[in-house]
Design a protein around this ligand. Structure first.
Ligand code: M6R
Length: 365
């Protein structure tokens, strides 16, 4: 049931600190500050040359963020595909490498077909799924469950952040197994993960401010989302969430791509949502925001206190999120991104939990 919430989506957004916390508790040992996966892996990360990650929609954006994590923490190359492309593009795959599949429902037709293809090519298959009895879970060599609980809203929210938690733990495990991370590195990263549920709860406190900003977004025809690094896939997710439930056209772009085309769209009617925690690429994103401001575009900046102090641009509204370790910001920044889409859809009066033309699980290709 919806508890006291108006929509399942709202309930599921608010449940995230709790369910991400449950997922965390299954993947790390808090006492020793080590990753402790719930399944024994039937392969050695040291013997794997390349990881391929395949999924659809929101799950593919979780995979895209994980690509950054695996590459940074384990120095392993990662290829990311949406399942409908992976299954037909005849990618050269190496027997014994690892293929990861991400799916809330575990029934998505394209993801399932991609899994079967990878299996037929002799790859190790590992799936991150929310429904443990699903077809994808049953057919995978290894299953890493997300503990989001049933997700009813068609727009995926809590499954996404739980997927990120599982993938973060797995990326740390890979880095450790390949000798790229020391015990001290692992402990530091695990401490960062342990903080996440509390930080997500703090991020929920931005809701009243976001509700107000949603009134402006609801007046727009198009919205642009920008980010760099792991905030780039989150920008893609933000745009998907907004279009899916509010029917407002939105695009996500890597901030550095702005001047390669999308900047032509910017005028005073085009709000730009910028996801930019204060990190090593923050300054670059500030210059992108200046380019937007110079063309009259309104900016909603999701950042932390340092970022808010650095970005002194007129016409900029900041949503200030808690300070945190740079690596895992997408789990926390997902919260305001989801809330903005949700409140915009509520203002638009759409059927938030059952948006038109969409199904919760896409079992046909
Ligand atoms: O069940 P799955 O995770 O495999 O579903 C994949 C996509 O269909 C799904 O994430 C879709 O993009 C959501 N409706 C987005 O909110």
């Amino acid at each position: 049931d919806k508890a006291n919430y108006r929509h399942f989506m709202a309930k599921e957004i608010h449940e995230q600190p709790e369910v991400v916390g449950h997922t965390l508790a299954r993947y790390v040992d808090m006492a020793t500050e080590k990753v402790a996966l719930p399944a024994k892996l039937p392969f050695d990360f040291g013997a794997i040359q390349r990881i391929s990650i395949t999924a659809c929609g929101t799950a593919s954006y979780a995979g895209y963020i994980a690509k950054y994590w695996f590459e940074r923490l384990s120095r392993m190359p990662v290829e990311l595909d949406v399942a409908s492309e992976f299954r037909y593009r005849e990618a050269p795959l190496r027997k014994g490498d690892l293929a990861i599949f991400i799916s809330q429902s575990g029934e998505t037709a394209d993801t399932l077909a991609a899994l079967r293809y990878a299996k037929s090519q002799g790859l190790h298959t590992l799936s991150v799924v929310n429904v443990p009895t699903s077809t994808i879970a049953r057919e995978s060599e290894t299953v890493l469950p997300t503990l989001a609980g049933p997700e009813i809203g068609v727009a995926s929210t809590k499954a996404f952040t739980c997927q990120l938690m599982v993938l973060a733990a797995l990326a740390v495990a890979a880095g450790k197994a390949r000798g790229e991370l020391s015990d001290a590195d692992e402990a530091k990263l695990v401490r960062g993960l342990i903080e996440i549920p509390r930080l997500m709860a703090a991020a929920l406190a931005t809701e009243p401010q976001i509700e107000k900003l949603a009134r402006d977004i609801a007046k727009s025809k198009d919205v642009l989302y920008l980010g760099r690094g792991t905030s780039y896939p989150l920008a893609l997710e933000g745009a998907l969430k907004l279009k899916e439930i509010s029917y407002i056209h939105a695009e996500g772009y890597a901030a550095g791509e702005l001047k390669h085309g999308p900047i032509a769209l910017i005028d005073e009617n085009m709000p730009v949502v910028v996801i930019a925690p204060f990190d090593r690429v923050f300054e670059k994103t500030v210059s992108n925001m200046q380019e937007v401001a110079a063309r009259g575009g309104g900016i909603i900046l999701m950042t932390d206190a340092k970022g808010a102090a650095e970005a002194t641009i007129e016409s900029l509204v900041t949503i200030v999120l808690p300070d945190m370790a740079a690596t895992f910001t997408p789990m926390v920044y997902a919260v305001p991104v989801q809330l903005l889409a949700y409140h915009t859809a509520v203002i638009m009066g759409t059927d938030v939990d059952q948006p038109r033309n969409l199904a919760k699980s896409v079992t046909v290709e």
